[in-house]
Design a protein around this ligand. Structure first.
Ligand code: NAP
Length: 293
């Protein structure tokens, strides 16, 4: 079994590693910044290639985890893109968080060349990637998914085919919409409690066991109280994702008023210099408002 992996960032580097360490898969990697590919190849005893096409030739599966739609187009159908070199019958599995539009477009291009394509964005963050316990939301044909699923399993705890091409990306949008409003609500609640003079760690210890409990509350309340925002998914990435959600909502007519507002709040966080702060940094807006008084 041979695989190629394109994009060795925070997520891709450990995910590709699990294919080797857990799956025993023969992996060739490509990364735009070649030094990272060399480091990966040294760490996991794999090979590094100079282009996506060179990595993809001879591979039965080609995985990608790059930034956005444009990056994805570049590494698939751009100059030296993987699609130009993949053998008929090979499957491309894309873990980038991108639009459903690009997923459908690339699925059609792949099918015309006799290739499979599965859109498979992930949730679970850096820790989920490093520990190999990601959630993977998939779109594609049942045949392509069935072939890719055993490999995806090497770095995930939960994975599922959710419908035709684009469905994985649509499910990831649902995920991000659900998180955006929740984190803003949590930021308001924590800020309110601190203003009221409550011991918020004690308050959260109690209310997290009731109806207000959430993963965000459990995992982020302490650092929100401390004003520390170095714990994962960045505001810059969240704005990219919410932009994708808002574009899609204009197409399907589902109103996203709270998501649109929270997107603007993240724009304020970026203006505060917090583009790389994690998503719980919405609470920093209140602290900044206080300072401005
Ligand atoms: P990252 O650390 O910034 O890595 C991005 C990777 O894509 C790097 O390997 C980068 O190469 C490569 N890349 C970007 N543009 C490229 C292009 N035009 N051509 C070739 N390679 C290109 O990002 P990440 O955190 O791993 O995130 C990757 C994807 O997963 C994103 O879509 C993100 O939204 C999604 N995601 C991230 C998280 C998270 O917690 N980080 C969670 C869920 C989903 P260089 O090394 O040369 O820059």
């Amino acid at each position: 079994m041979r695989a190629a992996w394109i994009g060795l960032g925070v997520m891709g580097f450990p995910m590709a590693g699990h294919l080797v360490t857990r799956g025993g898969v023969d992996v060739t990697v490509y990364n735009r910044t070649a030094a990272k590919a060399e480091t990966w190849a040294g760490t996991f005893k794999g090979r590094a290639a100079a282009t996506p096409a060179a990595a993809a030739e001879d591979a039965d599966f080609v995985f990608a985890c790059v930034g956005n739609d444009d990056d994805l187009r570049q590494v698939t159908i751009g100059d030296d893109g993987a699609f130009h070199a993949m053998k008929r019958g090979a499957v491309f599995v894309d873990h980038t968080t991108a639009s459903a539009t690009v997923a459908r477009e690339l699925h059609a291009t792949a099918a015309a060349r006799g290739l499979g394509f599965v859109d498979a964005p992930v949730s679970g963050g850096q820790a989920g990637a490093e520990n190999g316990v990601l959630t993977v939301m998939c779109g594609g044909t049942p045949e392509d998914y069935a072939r890719a699923e055993p490999l995806i399993a090497y770095f995930s705890r939960m994975r599922k085919l959710l419908g035709p091409p684009g469905s994985g990306q649509l499910a990831k949008m649902v995920n991000q919409i659900a998180i955006a409003g929740l984190v803003q609500g949590l930021a308001e609640a924590v800020n309110f409690g601190m203003k009221a003079g409550l011991d918020m760690e004690a308050v959260v210890e109690v209310i997290s066991k009731g109806a207000a409990g959430s993963w965000q509350m459990e995992n982020r309340h302490k650092t929100m109280i401390q004003g520390k925002f170095d714990f994962g998914f960045a505001a810059d990435w969240m704005r990219k994702d919410l932009g994708i959600c808002l574009d899609e909502s204009r197409r399907n007519g589902a109103p996203l008023p709270v998501t649109a507002l929270v997107d603007q709040f993240y724009a304020e966080v970026q203006k505060l210099g917090g583009g790389r702060w994690d998503t719980s940094s919405l609470i920093a807006r209140f602290q900044n408002l206080d300072r401005a008084k």
